[in-house]
Ligand binder design. Structure first.
Ligand SMILES: [Ca+2]
Ligand SMILES: [Ca+2]
Ligand SMILES: [Ca+2]
Ligand SMILES: [Ca+2]
Length: 429
């Protein structure tokens, strides 16, 4: 599945801004192809996420009722601000995210500054303020009465959050139902009144103004939790979309935020494949304990290179060395530890005494005389750090040539025949 569809990391205390994907809805009518006009143009929508919920700043002007209607059409409501953190996030998104100009319009009955609609209204019962951002006259009553610029009898209900103009100076001046015609709340983008020496409210505080003003507005969306089921298999462990690590097969639940900033619950049917990489060593025969899988035996002493043709469950060593098996099961690959096998017994007469080595006129070539013909000889040359710089297998030979295309220095030549092995120090000039 494509996890890019999801927003993985959302710090719940901060807004995470996501870019909205514009979607143009088209449908066909009996009269031909017609574009379905949404209540706003997507290019005027700025989206952000706060506390797991999606919000939009709509940069098109509407009356409060039109804005509430458009919010409902889009699946949300004019925002209900319940905390200082939500207030701060929304105001930050207006100014820094949507980059709304603080003087994009002028509200005459709001002290001559610009505002943005939120979902509070007292249009049904004067002085009874409801969060009613869908405009259906039903909502939570969070404030009653007027501030100091009005009747000065206002009080919050059940200590619910409010941010009326003047709150920052200790006592709210708004709402004041100025001229008995102010029934909807909006966030001020500057201090008001603009020209007066006194201040009823400052930027980010709320004012009640006439609902017939045409303003930008904020939509809030309640989350619709989504769910999905996926089947996964993984080698040894699995990291879930939210970052949890599981190491055994089971059915798990994982929760992440979807593109709308809401919980997406994923049921994961997980199969963990764990490869048994143990090996049984019996004499010079190594047998992988895992059965019914694919095998490839490796030479640990030669940078784990593949031993050609050795791809059975068991492997019998021909030469002294350290060996491992790489096991493949489905898409999983794992390699065993290295096991030492020593099939070659050292002769009573030291093998190295029979061997003569000398450097050729081409200084990269070494000539090796084994003193007798051997059926199968394995030559390996390593530098003083044990790194293999050359290796070759010969059959039915006595005189061997091997090229060491390396800088001058000390090297160790290992000669292994059917029954003998010798390590000879050589100096390359
Ligand atoms: Ca809210
Ligand atoms: Ca309502
Ligand atoms: Ca009013
Ligand atoms: Ca007012």
């Amino acid at each position: 599945m494509n996890y890019n569809l999801f927003v993985y990391t959302v710090n719940n205390m901060k807004a995470t801004i996501i870019k909205r994907i514009s979607i143009l809805f088209l449908f066909t009518t009996g009269f031909g192809l017609t574009s379905f006009a949404q209540c706003v143009s997507e290019e005027n929508v700025y989206s952000f996420i706060y506390n797991g919920k999606n919000y939009e700043v709509i940069k098109e002007t509407m009356t409060w009722a039109e804005a509430a209607s458009c919010a409902v059409e889009r699946g949300g409501y004019l925002t209900e601000i319940d905390s200082q953190a939500e207030q701060d996030t929304i105001y930050g998104a207006i100014i820094h995210g949507a980059e709304v100009s603080a003087d994009y319009t002028t509200v005459v009955d709001g002290g001559g500054i610009a505002y943005i609609w939120i979902g509070a209204s007292d249009q049904d019962t004067e002085g009874t303020w409801l969060w009613d951002g869908d405009g259906d006259s039903i909502g939570i009553n969070f404030w009653n009465g007027q501030g100091a610029a009005g009747l000065n009898n206002g009080t919050p209900v059940d200590e619910l959050y409010n941010n009326w103009g003047g709150s920052s100076s200790g006592s709210p001046n708004e709402p004041d139902d100025f001229n008995e015609g102010q029934d909807c709340a909006a966030i001020g983008l500057a201090k008001w009144p603009a020209e007066a020496p006194f201040t009823l409210g400052i930027a980010s505080e709320w004012n009640d103004i006439s609902s017939t003003n045409s303003l930008y507005y904020i939509i809030e969306f309640d989350c619709k939790e989504t769910s999905s089921t996926i089947t996964e298999s993984s080698c040894n462990s699995y990291i879930s979309p939210s970052g949890k690590t599981w190491t055994s097969s089971d059915t798990y639940l994982d929760t992440i935020l979807n593109a709308a900033g809401c919980d997406s619950v994923i049921t994961i049917n997980l199969t963990i494949i764990t490869i048994d990489t143990t090996v049984n060593l019996d004499g010079i025969t190594l047998t992988a304990n895992a059965s019914g899988v694919e095998y490839q035996w490796l030479d640990c002493d030669q940078a784990y290179s593949i031993i050609e043709g050795e791809s059975n469950q068991s492997f019998t060593a021909s030469f002294n060395g350290n060996y491992a098996v790489e096991i493949t099961e489905g898409s999983c690959v794992d390699t065993s530890a290295c096991y030492a096998a020593t099939p070659v017994m050292v002769n009573e007469q030291p093998f190295e005494d029979e061997i003569i080595v000398h450097q050729g006129t081409n200084r990269d070539i070494f000539h090796i005389d084994l003193g007798d013909i051997h059926q199968e000889i394995f030559i390996k040359i390593a530098d003083i750090n044990g790194r293999v710089v050359a290796s070759k297998t010969f059959t039915q030979s006595q005189l061997l040539n091997i090229e060491i295309d390396t800088p001058p220095g000390i090297y160790f030549l290992t000669v292994t025949s059917e029954k003998q092995q010798a390590v000879i120090k050589i100096i390359k000039n």
